[in-house]
Design a protein around this ligand. Structure first.
Ligand SMILES: NC(=O)c1ccc[n+]([C@@H]2O[C@H](COP(=O)([O-])OP(=O)(O)OC[C@H]3O[C@@H](n4cnc5c(N)ncnc54)[C@H](O)[C@@H]3O)[C@@H](O)[C@H]2O)c1
Ligand SMILES: [Zn+2]
Length: 369
């Protein structure tokens, strides 16, 4: 269990990212932060809501900068477009941005992905810092250097690897998150726990009610352990080979559900929760022990997921077939083998998937018992 803010290091091909995570990070990271931005021109990329809710908390931290230029992007996924990026690059050039300028991405994963992309391309790359304010961004999106914007309907299609110099994950920022956002992000925590960290899985099972309620004392050790789990995967596999693709557990069907339902009815994490429930069926057919599958189903039943709207299995099959992560020769599924261990399974026949899917869609929600 962690107590108070932790200072961690993530090693990657371009160097080292220092990661502060926990309660009281804003204070604990002050010396590193100050050193990084003193006398620099700093671009603060954020959204109106985050600035209104938490802007004051970081104003003082930014004070040692020579100048702070605030760049505002729209809320949520709308931030991730070439149009927004183009507008903000123009503002950066007009304000005299140089190679030694700094950028701070302050917001959820959308702002983080946009900010990293802005920093990665601006004058062929400037240093940036991730200040994630959502649970998803703290446990996942801010770590690993993946940056991107969307192009047309294709998510994350234009981007690059560009690691932040610093990540500051302050648990206090999560206090204003809508409960639905917390729940969706906790589904991704369950994903990492099941595949990578059996102890984390136990904590989530024990404290789920407190976590769903946003209790900071319960969130702190879970955010720290999840961030560590993600960092271990990134260090083993910085450029997203097979190791990192393990984190796609639940995402094959999850993405297809999001596309079929139009990104409106379900949050990403909720779609992933359904995706995990489905993948469990394929996993059980390949030897995953029933008690492990039941354990995950019981846990996800406590999430009180919104009902799945009617959706056509053929459409889902078609969408999964054109997934950008599909390898030639068919889809690769990530399936749990045991609690704490997952595997890529390349050779599942589409007929089997189609059959299971039809069955699954008849009664997708587990019942809590
Ligand atoms: N780069 C990666 O490795 C990676 C990994 C996972 C996800 N992602 C990306 O992350 C994005 C999703 O991120 P997200 O789930 O953080 O959502 P988000 O960034 O879209 O934020 C959701 C909403 O919450 C608001 N918000 C942010 N912080 C808040 C706070 N503290 N209190 C109240 N409201 C707050 C935002 O303004 C926004 O309106 C997707 O675009 C996804 O592709 C990237
Ligand atoms: Zn995800």
């Amino acid at each position: 269990m962690s107590n108070g803010p932790q200072r961690l290091s993530l090693r990657h091909p371009g160097g080292t990212t220092t990661v502060f995570v926990g309660r009281g990070v804003v204070e604990a990271s002050r010396p590193s932060f100050t050193k990084w931005l003193t006398d620099r021109l700093v671009f603060l990329v954020s959204s109106p809501r985050v600035l209104e809710l938490h802007g004051d908390a970081i104003q003082e931290l930014l004070a040692p900068a020579e100048t702070v230029v605030t760049l505002t992007a729209p809320e949520g996924e709308e931030a991730k477009s070439l149009e927004v990026a183009g507008r903000l690059w123009a503002e950066m050039l007009e304000s005299g941005g140089k190679r030694d300028s700094r950028l701070v991405a302050f917001g959820g994963g959308s702002i983080g992905d946009l900010g990293g992309f802005l920093a990665g391309c601006f004058l062929r790359g400037i240093e940036y810092l991730q200040l994630p304010t959502t649970l998803l961004a703290q446990v996942d999106a801010s770590l690993g250097g993946k940056t991107a914007v969307d192009h047309g309907a294709t998510k994350n299609s234009i981007g690059l690897f560009h690691h932040p110099a610093l990540v500051l994950s302050e648990i206090a920022f999560l206090s204003t998150l809508p409960k639905g956002e917390l729940r969706a992000a906790l589904a991704e925590v369950v994903k990492m726990a099941l595949l990578l960290d059996p102890l984390l899985l136990e904590w989530v099972e024990r404290d789920l009610d407190k976590l769903l309620a946003g209790d900071p004392a319960a969130l702190e050790p879970v955010v720290v352990a999840s961030a560590k789990a993600k960092m271990r995967v990134v260090e083993r596999d910085p450029e997203e080979g097979d190791q990192r693709r393990l984190l796609n557990f639940g995402h094959t069907l999850g993405h297809a559900l999001e596309v079929a339902l139009g990104y409106g009815d379900l949050r990403h994490g909720e779609a992933v929760a359904y995706g995990m429930l489905f993948a469990l069926r394929l996993a059980e057919r390949r030897g995953l022990e029933k008690p492990v599958a039941e354990r995950l189903r019981r846990l996800l039943a406590r999430f009180d997921l919104p009902a799945l709207p009617p959706v056509d299995p053929d459409e889902l099959m078609e969408i999964m077939g054109r997934d950008k992560k599909a390898k030639r020769g068919g889809l690769v599924w990530v399936l749990p083998v045991a609690a704490g261990e997952g595997r890529m399974v390349p050779d599942i026949e589409p007929e089997e998937v189609r059959r299971e899917l039809e069955d699954f869609l008849r009664d997708p929600l587990p019942t809590a018992s």
